[in-house]
Design a protein around this ligand. Structure first.
Ligand code: SF4
Length: 324
């Protein structure tokens, strides 16, 4: 006989509820150097273009993320106690060391820089701290970071590339038993340049890159199974209405770090708030419409489509942001 699920204590519910209430939505406007663990360019493009709704986190998962952040400071304190010198913040800004490229559309934040690492006391290292569950930690022990955590490896390659440091110190902790792991990672110029080129392809792509898997139910398509873009990518869901899903908007790739977006329809640079809101002239990037493009009326500023169910739909004919 099936068992009833356990009833959550009112205290726990109150704590989780308060965490959800207090959480400020992290609205990352850039392509993060920590996101390159996925092989799928399309998933990164959808995320950066804010094509799908962000995942709503429950109190338990918010707390889990906080645990990861708290553990970072603890690991840094451990390294310092052992005689290493850690700079967690950039003295010029008082904030985390930031690195960027592609006009600020690609960005990353270091956990710090560390000196007097016992195996190489004269070399300054990029510092990267991570927490792992037991299974992930065992894989790390067995295979090292490059093989078991390619996303973390990529993140460090980006950071070394943009700080001109040639070594990184990867420090990991097993959340189950507090076992520690440390590995020095060497800068790999070829790997870093490939990553930068990949980021540039994604930032400059005017339409979603190719699907990693045509059939998300295929055995090898496990990445699609947990991909937050799956509904938009494979299931015909509508993308969100905002400037980044609009064909009038283009990311500006210049020498600055502002991550600017320009609207060709009104010839202006869009503020983050404006980007979030979109406007009545929003017209979908055609590949984001779950249908086939039929016609463009340039004077009337409309685009018509045949949708998957055979119905006709004209982008621009209804109210702002209207869709079937
Ligand atoms: S669902 Fe699959 S193919 Fe589509 S974006 Fe995600 S990983 Fe890529």
């Amino acid at each position: 006989m099936a068992e009833l699920p356990p009833v959550e204590s009112p205290t726990v519910s109150a704590v989780y509820g308060a965490l959800v209430h207090a959480r400020r939505d992290e609205d990352r406007g850039y392509l993060g150097m920590s996101q390159f663990g996925t092989e799928c360019d399309r998933a990164l493009w959808y995320g950066w273009r804010k094509a799908y709704d962000p995942e709503a986190l429950d109190g338990r998962r918010i707390r889990l993320f906080e645990t990861g952040h708290l553990e970072e400071s603890r690991l840094i304190a451990d390294l310092e106690r052992a005689g290493m010198i850690v700079s967690a913040n950039d003295w010029r800004t008082g904030r985390q060391f930031a690195v960027w490229s592609l006009g600020g559309h690609l960005r990353g934040h270091l956990d710090g820089k560390v000196e007097r690492v016992p195996d190489a006391p004269r070399t300054t290292h990029v510092l990267e701290c991570k927490t792992h569950n037991d299974k992930s930690f065992r894989e790390l022990l067995k295979d090292g970071v490059a093989k078991s955590k390619p996303g973390h490896f990529a993140q460090m390659q980006f950071y070394m590339h943009f700080t001109s440091l040639t070594r990184a110190l990867y420090v990991a902790v097993n959340k189950n038993d507090d076992q520690l792991y440390a590995e020095r990672v060497r800068y790999d110029a070829a790997a870093a340049l490939q990553l930068v080129a990949r980021a540039e392809r994604i930032v400059r792509a005017e339409r979603p890159p190719a699907k990693l898997h045509a059939d998300p139910s295929a055995r090898e398509a496990y990445a699609c199974g947990w991909c937050p873009a799956r509904k938009v990518c494979h299931e015909g869901a509508w993308a969100r209405v905002n400037c980044r899903t609009c064909l009038h908007a283009t990311p500006v790739v210049d020498e600055g770090d502002a991550g600017r977006w320009h609207c060709a329809r009104y010839d202006l640079n869009l503020t983050p708030d404006e980007q979030r809101r979109g406007c009545p002239s929003h017209r979908y990037v055609p590949d984001l419409v779950p249908g086939e493009q039929l016609d463009v009326d340039e004077e009337g500023e409309t685009i018509s489509y045949r949708l998957a169910d055979g119905s006709l739909w004209t982008d621009g004919a209804g109210a702002a942001g209207w869709r079937p």
